[in-house]
Design a protein around this ligand. Structure first.
Ligand SMILES: C[S@@+](CC[C@H](N)C(=O)[O-])C[C@H]1O[C@@H](n2cnc3c(N)ncnc32)[C@H](O)[C@@H]1O
Length: 229
């Protein structure tokens, strides 16, 4: 049953979404490749006809990334649910949660504590709503340094669309372990990380993006040498 707090949170997200995309709404959807998780996501694809340039500008300035589940988020969430030993009993910090998909999977898989850390307060609002929908508890933060100080495991899915985030990969390695999923940088070969595997997925709802964005690679950090952080 939806609580009053969730209704207020959903209404606020709708207002925010409509300031960018007036004719779409959020519906609660089961993820096709991760049926254990339900998320409030866009219920329609972008219209076939050309968008009003003002709408395009608004999307580019403040993209509602939290209204989609990204290909890497789906793959990393499914990986954690299938391999709960990565999170069990640990403090997990999910950087760039968007809808919260990976943070929710970590909580469901048995993490002792989950902190979702995003620059975008609307992503944190979406994560809060989606955590409630899935019956899990997630802490919210915009302070990456404070969150990383508590992390045993850092997770990050599809945050490298912004190449300025590449230096974060070295910072994440202060945690015992990092799991990084990416579909955006085809030649990614991050120092101090090893490839765990590769899967096919897509953004949900499916944006029909070029197939080059459907391959998700999952990396895990190599243990640091003593004194090397
Ligand atoms: C493409 S979305 C991916 C969301 C989710 N991880 C998934 O896979 O569905 C990227 C998210 O990362 C957030 N983000 C980007 N750079 C960030 C940074 N430096 N620190 C924290 N969050 C960041 C964005 O606000 C957005 O919510």
């Amino acid at each position: 049953m939806t609580t009053e707090r969730e209704k207020v949170g959903l209404a606020a997200l709708h207002r925010r979404l409509h300031s960018v995309l007036p004719n779409v709404s959020l519906t609660c959807q089961t993820l096709p490749n991760t049926p254990a998780i339900r998320l409030w996501l866009l219920n329609e694809l972008f219209p076939e006809q050309a968008l009003d340039p003002r709408i395009v500008n608004a999307i580019m300035e403040e993209p509602p990334y939290w209204s989609f589940c990204w290909a890497s988020g789906q793959v990393l969430a499914e990986f954690l649910l299938s391999n709960p030993q990565w999170v069990q009993g640990r403090c997990v910090v999910d950087v760039g949660p968007g809808s919260g998909v990976v943070a929710i999977a970590a909580a469901k898989a048995g993490a002792a504590r989950v902190i979702a850390c995003d620059l975008d307060p609307w992503a944190l609002a979406a994560t809060e709503l989606n955590a409630a929908e899935n019956g899990v508890s997630i802490e919210l933060s915009q302070d990456l340094d404070a969150a990383l100080a508590d992390a045993h495991l850092v997770t990050a899915a599809d945050i490298l669309y912004d190449r300025e985030n590449l230096p974060l990969l070295a910072r994440f390695r202060r945690a015992e372990t990092v799991l990084l999923a990416d579909s955006r940088v085809p030649d990614l070969d991050p120092a101090g990380y090893r490839l765990l595997g590769q899967w096919q997925s897509c953004t949900w709802p499916d944006l029909g993006e070029s197939s080059e964005y459907n391959g998700v690679r999952l990396f895990a950090s190599e243990p640091s040498a003593p004194g090397n952080v």
